[in-house]
Design a protein around this ligand. Structure first.
Ligand SMILES: Nc1ncnc2c1ncn2[C@@H]1O[C@H](COP(=O)(O)OP(=O)(O)OP(=O)(O)O)[C@@H](O)[C@H]1O
Ligand SMILES: [Mg+2]
Length: 261
């Protein structure tokens, strides 16, 4: 299934009941990667992207992932969200092994617990900014979807752009709509791919503050792919992806059970 199809699948899979934030037990480990490998095939060429990557991220941790262009950062986030399948190894999110879930169950997991900010946004072009942000809540049966979406758009500085379609927004504005869409259901895990990549310093700081506030208030685990030093400096750990492997670059505060890559 193409990536955009899977994203739409996530957005249009209604929840079986209307409880958006079920009371569920937060396991100590949010992410466990064991010997994760990924390659792509293009004709006869095999592109090795990840080689036996190991990573544990505790619930509530803030982790920055850096690395050169083409090192596999986006691929890693796609694996963590179940949008890509590994060649080998195991991915557990909240203790559930993703390899045991079918496409519908993966879509349910994303809809209920994971927020994803894609590097290329993947907004739905035929929906307004407001409707793009409200859609995940509507699909979860929330009656106040538009009110909450509007409040979050205001918060990312787009109160005046709610009725614009993605094609009528600048790159940085589209990025902020994508961030609002990823946060609107208060996910337990946020995967964000260069979320300030298109933003000026001032707007970037507002977005950084929003993400760390979410982390403080709801304990959301943050996994941020970023080249932004101000972002990395505020994370608990900075990991660098290079030659298919993750290396620990900096540890500010290491959660008790977080293992190095
Ligand atoms: N669907 C695909 N088919 C074949 N090769 C792919 C595919 N997606 C990515 N690649 C290749 O895999 C490697 C890793 O890509 P990825 O997008 O994960 O890198 P990245 O670290 O996110 O780079 P950037 O910083 O430029 O966003 C690259 O060499 C890329 O060309
Ligand atoms: Mg990328």
């Amino acid at each position: 299934m193409a990536l955009l199809t899977k994203i739409v699948h996530t957005l249009v899979t209604p929840a079986p009941d209307t409880e958006l934030f079920p009371r569920w037990h937060t396991p100590h480990r949010m992410i466990e990667l064991e010997d994760l490998s990924l390659h792509y095939r293009l004709g006869d060429t095999r592109i090795e992207v990840l080689r036996s990557v190991r990573l544990h991220v505790a619930a509530g941790e803030r982790v920055a992932i850096t690395g050169p262009s083409g090192s596999g950062k986006t691929s890693l986030l796609l694996l963590l969200s179940g949008l890509e399948r590994p060649a080998a190894g195991r991915i557990r999110v909240q203790g559930t092994e993703l390899g045991t879930l079918d496409a519908d169950a993966l879509a349910d997991l994303r809809r209920d617990h994971i927020g994803i900010v894609f590097q290329s946004f993947h907004l739905l072009p035929s929906l307004s900014a407001l409707d793009n942000v409200a859609l995940p809540l509507q699909m979860a049966g929330q009656r106040d979807a538009h009110t909450r979406a509007a409040a979050l758009l205001q918060r990312v500085g787009l109160g005046e752009r709610q009725q614009h379609y993605p094609g009528q927004l600048s790159g940085g504005e589209q990025q902020r709509v994508a961030i609002a869409r990823a946060l609107v259901h208060r996910p337990r895990l946020l995967l964000a791919d260069e979320p300030t990549g298109n933003l000026d310093d001032h707007t970037g700081e507002a977005i950084r503050e929003l993400l760390f506030e979410l982390n403080r208030e709801t304990g959301t685990t943050l996994v941020l792919v970023t080249h932004d030093p101000a972002f990395a400096a505020r994370c608990d750990r900075v990991l660098r992806l290079h030659d298919g492997q993750l290396h620990e670059e900096a540890v500010r505060h290491q959660a008790s059970d977080a293992l190095p890559a």
